[in-house]
Write a protein that binds this ligand. Sequence first.
Ligand SMILES: [Zn+2]
Length: 238
Amino acid sequence: MNNSYDVKALAPGAWAIEMEKVRAFLVAGDTSALLIDTGAGGVNLRAAVCECTALPLRVVNTHSHYDHISGNRDFPMQFAHPLELSALLQAGFRPNPVGDGAGFDLGGRILQVVGLPGHSPGSIGLWDAEAGLLFAGDTVAGGRPVTLCLTGASLEAYIRSMGRILAMEDDGEGGTVRRIFCCHGSLEVDMDTVRQLKDCAEQIQRGELAGEPLPDGSARTLPEAARIYRLGDVALIV
Ligand SMILES: [Zn+2]
């Protein structure tokens, strides 16, 4: 396993921490900072954080899959959505519950919790409304499929979540999201990708898209019966 990491500045007070298979994000305000996810383990994330900020730190997990929580042991003050807590508990972590609409006040900067179920029941995004940034966890991905086939996943919930992100677009109607960050694949995707993902999910729901068996070499953690559905530049595994 590769233990190295790479810190990339995204915007004032916002960084991506790139690891071998996943990325975490760090956002700092005037008085504290928030680490969004902790990776698959084996990486000195504390050192990565120290390269960016010395402010007091809280950790939030976008969901409870192992590649987003394994570094939790290195940090106090963790948070996750109530529907992810039992999986986190099984992994040995006891985060505090944080629900849809809650906010992390970092001092002059608020990151709001946005419920985005589908990939998992309690998946969340973190929204910096002022800066127009959305950290979307595994809910969206560019250049690779989004999986909707693991425990607790829901196609119906996913369609609603994609609608919710589209409604947050900075189009003069109250939304501010201009940049969407993902934990896997491309660092950023645009709203067109979200539109395509919603389209793809809706066509699957209506039985209009034919799925293919997963290609050889797919992750062994995916169920054998899962199928991959492709539409334009996006793909869903259901
Ligand atoms: Zn995941």
